[in-house]
Design a protein. Sequence first.
Length: 345
Amino acid sequence: MNRGSSGKTAKLSDVAELARVSAATVSRALTCPGKVKPATAARIRQAVQALGYVAHGAARALASRRTNTIGAVIPTLDNAIFANTAHALQKTLDEAGYTLIIASHEFDAEVEVRLTRALVERGVDGLVLLGATHHPNVLRLLDTQQIPYVLTWALDAAGRHPCVGFDNRAAGTRIARHLLELGHREFAMISGVTAGNERASERLDGVRQALAARGIALTPGHVVEKPYTLSGGREGLREVLRAAPRPTALVCGNDVLAIGALAECQAQGLAVPREMSVTGFDDLEMASVVMPPLTTVHFPTAELGSYAGQNLLARLAGRPFAMRTELAVELVVRASTAPPANAAK
């Protein structure tokens, strides 16, 4: 409860009196701190702390028809790459006076529908969704309720939905071309699960496309789909090694799978990169410190979160916004890739 030194519940007017400003200035400082002079905002914060004041969110939302909250529905919290995006998103929104609420559906489309509905019912002003593939009921709900939203991590090919993301197919092509240029001709891929995940399927398609341009096919035994876990990477490596001929280059659907594969290579006495080149996607911080350091594709995940936040804030303020923002990716070459041992000298 908001209690001042007298034991009574502190009101907005009490904060205004103590800070020597108007109630409107206090309200503005609490909802849009960037619109108040720093010295005034500091004085208001001190008054809020001294009185133990907490704004009545429901009453404020009823008056303004805004809750100053944004929801984000992501596949999992068990992945540092999504955490980077969420952190940048939260920082951008916080600077504008918004609070971020995060929900995780664990790659279950029905759960995503339920979580999205729950956030809408709680009055979020906008939503951030990860990926371009969603249950039809998700986008139908947002359109019906006229909730602003932005898709992230992928690009909407049809151009119907606002999106901030990467060309995952091009990223797959780029990593495969790097391995081809090193002289590799025997490939395998441990992909993420592609069902309902266009990021995984497009990375796989990009690899296939680059190899096909050189007359090389990924045979069924050399492609496996695994959850994005270390154990998935280890299991995936064991499976592709059973297929003949043994690959000299392994493309993994993300860095977690790749690091799991590196661990399994070590367990099996398979030298990386002399006997097997291994690559990932994402460029997690750990990718540069594993042994050997991992060749991967860098995605600007913090920039992604910031752009997604800016997109929603512009729409909520009635300002122009971009329907499609594509962020560039970068190949990062490290010691986990090299020419195959049998390459022509």
